[in-house]
Design a protein around this ligand. Sequence first.
Ligand code: DGY
Length: 322
Amino acid sequence: MSRPTLLLTRRFPDAVETRAARDYEIRRPEGPDRTLDPAALLAAAGGCDGILCAAGDGLDADTLARLPESVRILATFSVGTDHIALDAARARGIAVTNTPDVLSVATAEIAMLLILMCARRAGEAERLLRAREWAGWAPTQLMGVTLEGKRLGILGMGRIGRELARMARGMGMRIHYRNRTRLALDEEEGATFHGEDDAFLAACDVLSMHIPGGAATSGWLNAARIATLPRGAIVVNTGRGTTVDDAALCEALHSGHLRAAGLDVFAGEPAIFEGYHSAPNVTLLPHLGSATIETRDAMGFRCLDNLDAVLLRDAEPPHRVA
Ligand code: DGY
């Protein structure tokens, strides 16, 4: 029996590529390892049964409508699915799957890393040393703020938000969260639920954003919401860059209304908003949320579990989102 053909849009971890090559004929796009625009994706997809894609690949409605008839599944190497037009996939009868759970701890770790770097001015401090400008210890140099006792506001209390809450509790932070629904967390673990934005934002010494991208959340953190945060608050985003109004955030960092921001995600990656380059109180990471060896292997295996279900067993994939 002939093996199904699988398009790998990116270079994936070795263990994942090895397992994929065991069961599939592998197809690759021409050119370097970059997110694929629609034209490159369509050029590479001819004759494929499935596509193992990743965040940023151009899978808009028009591209989905033009994918070859043979494509039965898009398995994205991400929990986020904002790069895929899910309705168009449903209309075509193409299954879409993602990689929930396995990246929650790694992404929460990056959120905590950014919170710590912002609170303790670690980026500024490192740049000082690299510039050979450190004149020695001083009583008032680069003073940050203590996190113990501060209020951490988690926007979007899904799996990643809950992992971050667990870590932050261990550091003595007080947890507030804004979510569609109230969770059992309140009673069991001590976290304050907020059902509306203003009271939530006013309760954030640190705001950590964990909401998905897409039209509904575009520019969520705008000038008005930033103004509702207490003066001196820290903002961290490990969700999607599109959820932040970059100009408004830069202005608040510049004016001193916000103490600092830590960003792992950006609208229009890999480009980043120009104002961030010159803001000393912003820490920038290149979308590292899930970038651990263990997590990236687990994400790839989850993709292959979904592909195997559809393409090898004609079965329902375990992590179907459309
Ligand atoms: C995700 O899984 O959505 C991460 O942002 C990596 O793309």
